[in-house]
Design a protein around this ligand. Structure first.
Ligand code: GLU
Length: 319
């Protein structure tokens, strides 16, 4: 594997996850962010869960790579956008609109877009943002929906395969994540029993597979799959997820890790910090803890909590 190998998501398309058949006829309309008429709440599959904590991560053991952050007990402030000073900090950005979403490459070490042929492509690399930008030169990363990430490793050493975005075994979902999924071992155990396999050592790959597991076994759309999945997740997260079959939708959520939506003209932005968004729009909505937002090209954003109750949101005008 070359140092800067990309991981096009469609290469895994043949490896469908061995998930169980849908157990419910509570089918939701595809491509919809609407609340289902009837919803089932999932009980946690295990009580072997760690207590929730804030995103006060410890760096992983035995990391010698230059990207390894200095130990800290303080929550980090992701720096994105035009910030050049410290690209070792992690952050997430997302875009859905009409412009070329691959422009987000400049703020990330990993990028996923859905192209015009409706193929999800994931490019990620160990190293600095400039390395990724170099690697992406000449690649067809175009797409009007995309997510990008700079990672600060907590689980799994800094490497190409551990970089974000992570994608589900079916090749349908790609996800970026800031934070730590503390109960990832128990979720992973369940997924392994269900036939899922993993490529990385990260907690984040478990989360994207867990969402995929909910989506397929509950026969629901991405928005509800994320809500269902997160009811069983312990830890801190700011996430954004896209789905190959639904290039008009991005779903994001947060707990104990910052996340905001930028509202533009016919486009949405998503970031862990206002700095990459402010040059495009001054209208932002800060997500509350344990809220999930569905961004669709043709609709207002919809905010729900994990109990599937719709939440009001307040648009703030940045100075
Ligand atoms: N825990 C995740 C990982 O190690 C996310 C790290 C981050 O916030 O960048 O990949």
């Amino acid at each position: 594997r070359s140092k800067w190998e990309a991981f096009p998501i469609n290469r895994a398309a043949a490896d469908k996850p061995q998930t169980t058949k849908p157990q419910t006829t509570n089918q939701l309309p595809q491509n919809s962010c609407r609340k289902p008429q009837t919803t089932k709440h999932l009980a946690p599959t295990t009580n072997n869960q760690l207590p929730p904590t804030n995103d006060q991560r410890q760096p992983p053991q035995q990391q010698t790579n230059h990207q390894t952050p200095k130990p800290t007990t303080q929550p980090r402030t992701p720096k994105l956008g035009k910030t050049k000073k410290n690209i070792k900090m992690c952050g997430i950005v997302g875009y859905i609109g009409t412009k070329d979403a691959s422009n987000t490459e400049h703020d990330s070490a990993g990028l996923a877009t859905i192209n015009q042929a409706n193929q999800l492509a994931v490019y990620k690399t160990k190293g600095k943002v400039a390395d990724l930008a170099r690697y992406l030169q000449g690649k067809d990363t175009a797409g009007t929906i995309g997510i990008a990430h700079t990672r600060w490793a907590t689980h799994g050493e800094p490497s190409d395969v551990n970089a974000h975005p992570h994608y589900s075994q079916s090749g349908q979902l790609a996800l970026i994540h800031n934070g730590i999924i503390e109960n990832y071992p128990v979720l992973k155990e369940t997924l392994l029993r269900e036939g899922y396999t993993f490529q990385s050592d990260t907690d984040t790959e478990v989360l994207v597979q867990w969402i995929e597991y909910m989506r397929t076994t509950r026969n629901t759309d991405l928005f509800h799959a994320v809500q269902l999945a997160l009811t069983q997740v312990v830890g801190a997260y700011a996430i954004a997820v896209i789905q190959q079959d639904d290039p008009d939708t991005m779903v994001a959520a947060r707990k104990s890790s910052p996340l905001l939506i930028g509202i533009g003209e016919g486009e949405y932005f998503l970031a862990s910090d206002a700095s990459p968004v402010i040059e495009y729009t001054k209208k932002v909505v800060y997500l509350n803890d344990q809220e999930v937002v569905c961004l669709r090209r043709d609709r207002e954003p919809e905010f729900y909590n994990l109990q599937q109750v719709e939440k009001d949101h307040r648009i703030i005008e940045l100075e």
